[in-house]
Design a protein around this ligand. Sequence first.
Ligand code: TXA
Ligand code: MG
Length: 367
Amino acid sequence: MSHVTAVLPTDEPPLMHQAVEEAVRLLREGEVVALPTETVYGLAANALDAAAVAKIFEAKERPTFDPLIVHLPDKKQLDTVADVPAEIAQVVRQLTEKFWPGPLTLLLPKKAVVPDIVTAGLPTVAVRVSSNPVFRRVITALGRPLAAPSANRFGSISPTSAAAVLAELDGRIHLIVDAGASLFGLESTIIQIEPGQPKPVITIVRPGPLTPEDLKPFGKVRLGPRTVLDQATEAPGQLATHYAPRTPLRLLTRPEDFHPEEGKRYALLSLRGEESDGYVGLHDWEEVMMLSPGSGKLPEAAVRFFHCLRRLDDLGVDEIIAEPMFEHGMGIAMMDKLRRASVNKPAPVHGNPVHQRQRFSGADDRE
Ligand code: TXA
Ligand code: MG
C-alpha cells in the first residue's frame, strides 16, 4: 500500500467542485477518501461495499472487531440501513429531527444490506448524518451511505485538520479533501436508546459535542457502558493505547502531586494558562499549550483539544502533564479522553453526570 496522497482544497468554488468530483470518482471506484466532517476528519468508503470498507481497516491498521459509523446522505434514509424498533420510533424521530445533520450517532438494529465488516458482525449499526457542507456535497453526489471512522491510525489522536490527516495517513490513501479546521473538534456523541416509562432511556456510549443537557429533553440520560472496543478489551491497561499520544501523558488531578524527575522534560496541557489554578507556575515547562486561552470556555477548548495534544506530542518531551477540566458539557468528553490516554489512569467517573456537575458547582458560566 503505497500511494501519493493528494490534498485538495475547497476554499474557492472551482476548487471545491474539483475536490468533490475527485472524491466521488474515487469512492465510486471502491477507494477510501479522507473527508472533513463537523466533528473530526473521517476516512470514508462506500458502506455497502465490503471490499471498499476493508481498505479503511487496512489504511488505519484498525482491528476488524472495532465497528465503523455509517453516515447517511439524508436523515430520510435511516430505514435503508437500520430497523428502528417501534417502541423507540418516536424518540428516534424526535432526536433525528432535532440533531441531524449533526454530531449525534445512534446505535440501532442493522439491516442485512450493511456488510458484516462494517458492524464487526454485531446486530447493531452506528448511524449519523454529517452537517459538514463539503461532506454533504460528496455523499449527496455519491448517493450512498459512507462508512467513516476518524482518519487516524488506530489508537492515535483523531485529526481535526487536513494536515493532521496527512501526518497520520500519508502514503496510505489517494486523497484528503481539505475544508479547514473541524467545527467541533471532538467525535460525535454515540447513544443507545431503550424504551422506558415514563421516558425512554438514553445511554451515552461515547461522550461528545452533544452533552447530557442537550439530550435530557428526550429521555432519561445516563453515561456508559462504553464502546465495543472497551467491552472487548478486558485489561484496563490496554486502554492506554486508545486515543493516546505517543508521549506518556499524565492527568494531574492535584498540582501538588507533581514531582519532576531530574533531567526530564515536561510540557503542560492547560485549560486557561496563567489563569488556571496553579499549574503554569509549578514548573519550568518545555511548552504550555492552552486549550481555551483566557475564556476557559469548553466548546473552544474542544476545537483545540486534539490539535494541542498533537503539538505537544511532536515536541518529544518525556511526559505531557494534563490539567483536569470541569466535568460538564464538553468537558465530559475531554476528561474521558484524557483518562484513557493517561498513564496513571485516575478512576473513571461513572453514573449520573448531574452528580459530576455538582462537584463543580458554580462552574456553569465557564462552558
Ligand atoms: O464524529 C464521529 O463520530 C467521527 C466522524 C468521522 O464521523 N467518526 C468516528 O468514528 O469517531 P470511529 O470509528 O473513530 O469511532 C466510532 C466508535 C468506535 O469506538 C466503535 O467501537 C463504536 O463507535 N461503534 C461503532 N459501531 C458500533 C456498534 N454497532 N455498537 C457499539 N459501538 C459501535
Ligand atoms: Mg476514532
